[in-house]
Design a protein around this ligand. Structure first.
Ligand code: HEC
Length: 150
């Protein structure tokens, strides 16, 4: 932001008034320094950021679970977890609608860790136990429970 030409121009009138005899490059430098100081002050205002909940709470697990989902599952299961991801049309059977899955968390944990083929389903549901830690899978299960519509 400090390097944006738009911002260089803003406030220059004020700086020129303060330093009427300064040469043009100096005026630009002073104006940039003032703008940088102003934006730093703003960025340092941490009080405005929401606090992440304590890591052992279900709330924190849910936030982590959603981010694991977005990283690893969206491509097939979709942003809405309705099974309509960008790659979904390549597969038959289609990736499951995870908002309407009839299965309990223990089954979901099994298919997530071991993959579809190991549980007699599509081999295109990959096994995730080499990529994800048990904590990540636990967080995913929390997230999947939270998005169920029925
Ligand atoms: C490459 C595509 C692909 C990716 C990526 C993928 N899945 Fe799947 N998933 C599938 C397919 C296809 C099925 C359906 C299998 C079937 O019906 O035989 C499935 C089924 C499932 C099921 C069974 C649900 C039900 O109701 O039958 C769960 C749970 C699941 N996936 C969770 C996940 C999670 C969590 C991730 C991310 C860690 C993920 N999947 C990533 C393709 C994918």
């Amino acid at each position: 932001m400090c390097h944006s030409p738009r911002h260089e121009n803003e406030g220059q009138g004020q700086v020129m008034a303060n330093y009427p005899n300064a040469s043009q490059p100096i005026r630009v430098l002073v104006s940039l320094a003032l703008l940088c100081a102003a934006s730093w002050g703003h960025a340092a205002d941490h009080a405005a950021l929401p606090k992440f909940p304590p890591k052992t709470t279900a709330e924190a697990g849910l936030i982590r679970g959603e981010s694991v989902y977005k990283r690893y599952c969206v491509l097939c299961h979709g942003v809405e977890a309705d099974g309509k991801g960008r790659a979904a049309k390549q597969y038959d059977p289609k990736p499951a609608d995870l908002t309407r899955s009839p299965f309990p968390p223990a089954y979901k944990e099994m298919i997530i860790k071991r993959g579809g083929e190991a549980v007699g389903r599509s081999k295109f549901m990959p096994p995730w136990d080499q990529e994800l830690t048990s904590e990540q899978v636990g967080d995913l299960l929390l997230f999947l429970e939270s998005i169920k519509v029925n």
